[in-house]
Design a protein around this ligand. Structure first.
Ligand SMILES: [Zn+2]
Length: 156
């Protein structure tokens, strides 16, 4: 049995310049609003909309709103050695072979930092749902899980 979860506050995002719905008709609405209740989209529409009593609101006038992007293949620990000069120009397989030697030396703290950087980059790029891959073995354990960072960072 799991503990009951606390309902999340409601939010009305209104005045959206362009709302990309990604529904079956691929509608794009102008002067639109989105109501989010308990973390779920409860309604969308166009025109003026006032927040309900106790509901937070966000004026998104002139902005664009679209569903969060999904990254289906992300190696978060690789953030720490991106463009590592000694191997940066190698073809894929020799690069992986050399990088595995480096990734094996990562500590849990290194992986924690890489995960935090990766989550920030994902959020800044519009990604709300990453699928995380751990392709190399880290000698030290336990490795902090990205799901912990996801909770902290607000990702799924
Ligand atoms: Zn991969």
């Amino acid at each position: 049995m799991t503990a009951p979860t606390k309902p999340k506050p409601s939010l009305l995002i209104h005045g959206i310049g362009q709302l990309v719905t990604m529904d079956a008709a691929r509608r794009r609405l102008t002067d639109a609003w989105v109501r989010i209740v308990d973390g779920v989209i409860a309604g969308i529409g166009t025109g003026p909309m006032q927040p309900r009593a106790g509901e937070a609101s966000l004026d998104a006038r002139g902005g664009i709103a679209l569903p969060g992007l999904v990254n289906t293949h992300h190696h978060m620990q690789q953030n720490l050695a991106r463009a590592y000069p000694p191997v940066a120009d190698l073809p894929l397989l020799p690069w992986v072979g050399k990088m595995n030697l480096l990734w094996e030396e990562l500590t849990p703290e290194d992986v924690q930092l890489a995960t935090e950087v990766a989550m920030a980059e994902l959020m800044l790029s519009g990604c709300t749902t990453p699928s995380v891959l751990w392709a190399s073995v880290v000698k030290s354990s336990p490795v902090p899980g990205p799901e912990k960072e996801g909770v902290t960072a607000g990702l799924h």
